[in-house]
Design a protein around this ligand. Structure first.
Ligand code: F6P
Length: 367
């Protein structure tokens, strides 16, 4: 039997939409790989694109100095460039082909023994396919949406939540001054984690999330009830994936060569228009958008990212390939990648935070 090849060089890449804390993970991977294990590290640029096109840079401890508090990713990222569904031009037409062979060629050119893939469900699903075909790798769960199955929390979520909460604090003062209804549309795709948590932290009166389809009349009732109690303004948080009972989500655009081509957006404007029409109250809408993905990570995200990064290297060195590091309670563990990408984590109806919110009188538009 051939001897197991010792790992002496690893690669790292960041894939999918960016999230605060990516640089903190890269830093932790590079520093622990070099300091703890004497490895060398190469970073592939722009997600799997860099592995397909052979775009890479060596990463030393100096290269990651000072990046802990920086948002974004020094390696670049993309939510396109799926090696199993890669667009090329042929005979004047755009067709999709499997270019995954190039990934094996390029890891070999760079002498990479194993890879750390930092990404969300799309990147981790690609990682799982590559692992099934023989590439040694480990995943690190990233997304502001916090919707990854098999981890209690992804890094990036806490920062997005803080940004959204700060926005709600600001909307409160102007809403109160003008006696208006303020609608804030937040990201999160098909999960309501950001909207729920920010809504509670920011003292919203109504929170609409994908997991609880709403009736706009219930929302209007809540706002009128507040008004009757001499509370002349209201704050409504709407997750981009929220939808009315019996209705559908609002799709803003499609990005065909991305893992999940649907981009949600626009429900805030619809909800605001309906509130104004039913209650007669002046209503304004804010779409927080990509501000939720930017900026310096919170202390919580810096710590979680650091723990994920060091654990990813430790587990790789133990030979735990084809897994994703995850948070279970307060401990960092791993789960097999097929479990990690096996479903989306939604807000469960019996979630304690949901119950607390209802107890405070926050409306979810369903009663
Ligand atoms: O998954 C992260 C996320 O920010 C979602 O909340 C949002 O729906 C989507 O990405 C936006 O994608 P893009 O950056 O392609 O507009």
């Amino acid at each position: 039997m051939a001897a197991k090849k010792k790992i002496s060089r690893i690669g790292v890449l960041t894939g999918g939409g960016d999230a605060p804390g990516l640089n903190a993970v890269i830093r932790a991977v590079v520093k622990s790989a070099i300091r703890e294990y004497g490895l060398s590290v190469v970073g592939f640029l722009n997600g799997f694109g860099g592995l397909i096109k052979n775009q890479a840079r060596e990463l030393s401890e100096n290269d990651v100095a000072g990046i802990l508090p920086r948002g974004g990713t020094i390696l670049g990222t993309t939510n396109r460039d799926n090696p199993f569904h890669y667009p090329i031009e042929k005979g004047g037409e755009r067709i999709f082909v499997d270019v995954s062979d190039r990934i094996f060629e390029n890891t070999s050119i760079h002498g990479v023994d194993a890879l750390v893939v930092i990404g969300g469900d799309g990147s981790l699903a690609i990682a799982k396919e590559l692992y099934d075909r023989g590439l040694k790798l480990i995943g690190v769960p990233k997304t502001i949406d916090n919707d990854l199955y098999a981890t209690d929390q992804t890094f990036g979520f806490d920062t997005a939540l803080n940004t959204a909460t700060e926005a709600l604090d600001k909307l409160h003062t102007t809403a109160e001054s003008h006696h208006r209804v303020m609608v804030l549309e937040l990201m999160g795709r098909n999960a309501g984690w950001i909207a729920l948590a920010a809504g509670v932290a920011g003292g919203a009166d109504v929170i609409l999330i994908p997991e609880i389809p709403y009736d706009i009349n219930c929302v209007a009732r809540k706002i009128n009830h507040r008004s009757n109690q001499n509370k002349k303004f209201s704050i409504v948080v709407v997750a981009e994936g929220a939808r009315p009972i019996g209705g559908d989500v609002v799709v803003q655009r499609r990005v065909e060569d991305s893992f999940d081509p649907v981009r949600l957006g626009g429900i805030g404007q619809i909800v605001a228009g309906e509130i104004e029409a039913i209650t007669g109250k002046e209503t304004r809408v804010t779409v927080l958008g990509h501000l939720q993905r930017g900026g310096s990570p919170t202390a919580y995200d810096r710590i979680l990212s650091t723990r994920y990064g060091t654990a990813a290297v430790n587990f790789l060195m133990e030979g735990r390939y084809g897994h994703m590091v995850c948070l279970k309670g307060t401990e960092i563990e791993t789960v097999p990648l097929d479990e990690a990408v096996g479903g989306q984590r939604k807000v469960p109806p019996d979630l304690d935070l949901l119950k607390s919110a209802r107890q405070l009188g926050i409306s979810f538009g369903d009663a």
